[in-house]
Design a protein around this ligand. Sequence first.
Ligand SMILES: CC(C)(COP(=O)(O)OP(=O)(O)OC[C@H]1O[C@@H](n2cnc3c(N)ncnc32)[C@H](O)[C@@H]1OP(=O)(O)O)[C@@H](O)C(=O)NCCC(=O)NCCS
Length: 152
Amino acid sequence: MLTPYEIVDATEADLPILERIENTCFLAPWNMEQILYEIKHNPVSNFWVIKVNGMVIGFSDYWNTFDSGTIAQIAILPEYQRHHFGSVLMEEILKDCIAEKVVCLTLEVRKGNLKAIAFYEKFGFKQILVKPHYYSNGEDAIYMIKNVEASK
Ligand SMILES: CC(C)(COP(=O)(O)OP(=O)(O)OC[C@H]1O[C@@H](n2cnc3c(N)ncnc32)[C@H](O)[C@@H]1OP(=O)(O)O)[C@@H](O)C(=O)NCCC(=O)NCCS
């Protein structure tokens, strides 16, 4: 059974733990200015944290741009991965997409990030194309799309 958790909007108070998650989970982590912009100023951002026993163990940031959406980032601290916390965040995103009439959800993922690709494929995302040398270290991105309507 999944450990009890809650998903709430991120706030400025979460910045230190979000910095830790960024630095632990990503090859090119966002800096705190970028995160703060997402939390406070980006009008299309939905930035949520997932808490276990009151402690933030992961987050997601998805942009709702009318009828399409983009998963900008999703991450779970390594010690909490593979316990379906990423899945509950994704389910929350999909629920919000349906409520907001977002029909198509897209994302870019590093070609070598096989666990994230497996994660997205489990939720029905399809690999559509490769964006060559998309990342600053020259790595290709896989562009993935999910038709949200189809999952209703
Ligand atoms: C991608 C990520 C968010 C998944 O979160 P998670 O909580 O570990 O994922 P879940 O436990 O909900 O896994 C759901 C499914 O995804 C797939 N999956 C997740 N981790 C996997 C792994 N290491 N290897 C293979 N498949 C994996 C499996 O199909 C899994 O279902 P199962 O456990 O029933 O087999 C997490 O690995 C992470 O934070 N990675 C670092 C940050 C990152 O790469 N984010 C994506 C950037 S685009």
